[in-house]
Design a protein around this ligand. Structure first.
Ligand code: KG4
Ligand code: ZN
Length: 353
């Protein structure tokens, strides 16, 4: 019997899909993550971060990331099994991020998960990284229902999506240039703060005042797109010109002023999208969703407009494997066919595919 037929048969024989045990692997960037879930419940969620390794380069070095995934993955898998008190024999299905991300990094997770699927004889579910971020909202919010607006703000994407089902996701607007997280990272670098930039800018902003005039792209415009390149360049120019003129750059004020504009654009567009499409719920996805100014600003704006806000806990906003497991749970529940062993990594997988 061919592998794919065994996998499909296994899914058909599942007595209760609500209790399915999924082992998921995420290795799209600089985090090697393994999670085990039972239904929508997390049994273990382990992450090995490479932040310290890449910090001295000021950003992720793809080749180094791939090599470190290979070094970390066995150990993280063992830790996840131990914490969940499971053995590989208990696993009903395996899931993996197959895109988008760094090709070499993705390949480690994809190859590893495929060999697990084959050796255990269980279904293999390929997950789009952004779908993982979106569906992470269902882990902590059992009451979240379709349709909802999802604000996606990560290191590689910034978009507003109308989510009506696992396979029914429509893009309402996206960034025309840089992603929000990318802008945070760049501003952190210009200010001499550490990597990754988002949390460092947030920390610096707590000590600053919003007194530097920076542009807010697309303010007052009808569409729901974003732009971060002009804002980022304005910060770079401000720092450069102030230093050239012999002045002191107050990094705290720059961080605060930048953060206000960056999250302001996300908040304004998310509310505009919900109102325009007459949708009463907004969910948040991606690493920038861990930003406290964004979370508090959204809470306030949602309340003012009578919109329900769903925020995943900060640890589920940044990359993790529990989000990949939960997306796989929804894929299985919606009878989406499992992947065959020719599943390939796709570095530039479309946001909503
Ligand atoms: O979703 P994520 O963990 O990985 C990608 O899929 O890209 O997002 C990473 C991005 C980075 O750009 C990081 O600087 C940003 O999210 N980020 C933050 C915060 N925590 C992470 N940005 C602003 N404030 C934060 N607290
Ligand atoms: Zn991510």
């Amino acid at each position: 019997m061919k592998y794919i037929d065994i996998a499909k048969e296994k899914i058909k024989k599942l007595k209760n899909k609500d209790d399915i045990i999924i082992l998921a692997i995420e290795s799209s960037c600089d985090e090697t993550a393994v999670a085990i879930t039972k239904g929508k419940r997390i049994l273990s969620n382990k992450i090995s971060s490479q932040i310290e390794i890449h910090a001295r380069f000021g950003g992720v070095v793809p080749e180094i990331a791939s090599r470190n995934h290979i070094l970390a993955i066995d150990n993280i898998l063992e830790q996840a099994l131990e914490e969940s008190k499971m053995t590989l024999k208990d696993i009903d299905a395996v899931a993996v991020t197959y895109g988008a991300g760094l090709l070499g990094a993705l390949l480690v997770g994809v190859a590893y998960t495929k060999s697990l699927a084959l050796s255990l004889g269980v279904p293999l579910i390929g997950i789009n990284h952004i779908k993982g971020h979106i569906f992470a909202n269902f882990i902590s919010h059992q009451e979240l229902k379709y349709p909802f607006i999802c604000l996606v703000a990560s290191g590689g994407h910034t978009a507003l999506l109308k989510v009506e089902g696992y396979q029914k996701i429509e893009s309402l607007g996206s960034t025309c240039d840089d992603a929000a997280g990318e802008a945070f990272d760049k501003v952190a670098r210009v200010l001499g703060l550490g990597y990754p930039g988002g949390p460092e800018v947030e920390k610096a902003a707590q000590k600053g005042k919003d007194k530097i005039i920076l542009p807010r792209p697309f303010k007052g415009e009808e569409h729901l797109n974003f732009s971060y390149s002009g804002l980022k360049t304005a910060v770079v120019n401000y720092v450069h010109n102030t230093k050239k003129g012999g002045g002191d750059v107050n990094i705290y004020d720059v961080a605060k002023s930048f953060q206000n504009q960056a999250v302001g654009m996300l908040i304004d567009n998310a509310i505009k999208a919900a109102k325009r499409h007459n949708i009463k719920s907004i969910a948040v996805a991606g690493g920038v969703g861990a930003n406290t100014a964004l979370r508090e600003g959204l809470e306030k704006a949602a309340k003012e407009h009578g919109i329900k806000l769903f925020l995943p806990p900060k640890s589920l906003c940044t990359d993790n494997a529990a989000m990949i497991a939960i997306a796989a749970y929804f894929a299985i529940k919606e009878n989406i066919s499992p992947a065959d062993l020719d599943l390939d990594a796709d570095a530039s997988l479309d946001l909503i595919s």
